[in-house]
Design a protein around this ligand. Structure first.
Ligand SMILES: [Fe+2]
Ligand SMILES: [Fe+2]
Length: 357
């Protein structure tokens, strides 16, 4: 009898392995406990499923080491404890394509397999803009790559970033910014949701202004990279729903410099992207951070990123807050422009990009 190829790698904690293995999984699933002494040969799998404790530092490190050798094109699906946003963010950093309740059910695994093998899951089949949703996952994987790179001190994978930027620009040109924002909000959470929203807003801004292909690509890439420094900020501060203490604000306010320093160390990245990453929380009146730059000290890409970043943040949907409607968000930006913090012409251009006549 021919052996069934084991194409699904199911990674779990050592203490959960026996419980997981006792369930009636399909025969092409190989269940393995995360184990530092036994490196995994991951090359032939079509799908990776992770059902492990994402609050445990050593488990996360083992996962990072294990997943490092896996092609990022191979979809990674995570199960997390419900209501644990910290675990959701950690799964995203590790490149999650989908996040489901823990422990993973056989029904959920079947849905994952259906998608992996081309028979799309019923949820995806009903999605009117399935290609757009797929592109949001491509963007999320690219973000996972850059967050992983800075956290591990590794090299930025430029080709993955550039190819995700191209896909995002094509998707927004085809389907429009409103659909992009909705798809991102429906399928992504936390910092990755924010980064994907800001990226889309930047892309749409560039396209609406009729910028060249290379400039659209530059702004899209700047969007994906702009908050890379947040990878080094403790998640409980980053994801805190309420007001930040002074100490917490000082901690989070380090992210532009952390991101800038890392990208500088990578070389070959366009200088305007570096300046924009460092300067995207500066204001024209000098009241921003980290360098309190003002007026002509702030370049065009930095000014554009600042406007799009704020708009993206207002559009975010979180468990504790709904997205601000576009008109209200634009009014808020206009009031900031009137106060001398943002460039009025850029806010007007953004209005034309996100609310076309
Ligand atoms: Fe930021
Ligand atoms: Fe941001």
């Amino acid at each position: 009898m021919k052996a069934v190829a084991q194409e699904v790698l199911f990674l779990t904690d050592p203490q959960s392995r026996d419980d997981v293995a006792s369930l009636a999984w399909p025969s092409n699933v190989r269940i393995e406990a995360l184990d530092a002494s036994r490196p995994h040969d991951n090359t032939d799998f079509k799908v990776i499923v992770v059902d492990a404790d994402l609050t445990c530092g050593s488990t996360i490190e083992l996962l990072r080491q294990t997943l490092k050798s896996v092609d990022r094109q191979i979809p990674r699906h995570f199960a997390v404890n419900q209501g644990r946003r910290i675990e959701v963010v950690q799964a995203q950093v590790l490149g999650a394509r989908s996040i489901r309740p823990r422990p993973l059910s056989i029904e959920d695994l079947q849905a994952i397999l259906a998608e992996a093998y081309g028979a799309r899951s019923s949820a995806l089949a009903e999605e009117p803009l399935a290609a757009l949703v797929t592109t949001t996952h491509t963007g999320s994987r690219a973000l996972g790559g850059v967050f992983d790179a800075i956290q591990s001190g590794g090299m930025l994978r430029r080709s993955e970033l550039e190819s995700a930027s191209e896909d995002i620009a094509d998707a927004i040109a085809d389907d429009g910014i409103a659909s992009w924002l909705e798809a991102v909000r429906a399928h992504h959470q936390g910092t990755f949701q924010h980064c994907l929203l800001v990226t889309g807003v930047l892309t749409s801004f560039a396209q609406a202004l009729g910028m060249s292909h290379s400039d659209v690509s530059l702004l899209t890439t700047a969007g994906l990279l702009h908050d890379i420094g947040k990878a080094m900020i403790p998640i409980d501060i980053l994801e805190k729903p309420g007001a930040l203490s002074q100490h917490e604000f000082r901690t989070i306010a380090q992210h532009p410099v952390i991101g800038y320093d890392y990208l500088l160390s990578q070389g070959e990245l366009d200088g305007v992207i570096l300046d924009a990453v460092r300067g995207h929380h500066e204001y024209l009146d000098g009241s921003g951070y980290p360098d309190h730059l003002s007026g002509s000290q702030l370049g065009d890409v930095t000014r554009i990123l600042t406007v799009c970043d704020i708009y993206g943040a207002l559009c975010e949907r979180r468990s504790y807050k709904s997205a601000m409607p576009p008109e209200k968000a634009l009014e808020l930006l206009e009031s900031m422009a009137n106060a001398g913090k943002l460039e009025t012409a850029l806010v007007k251009a953004l209005r034309r990009a996100v609310l076309p006549a």
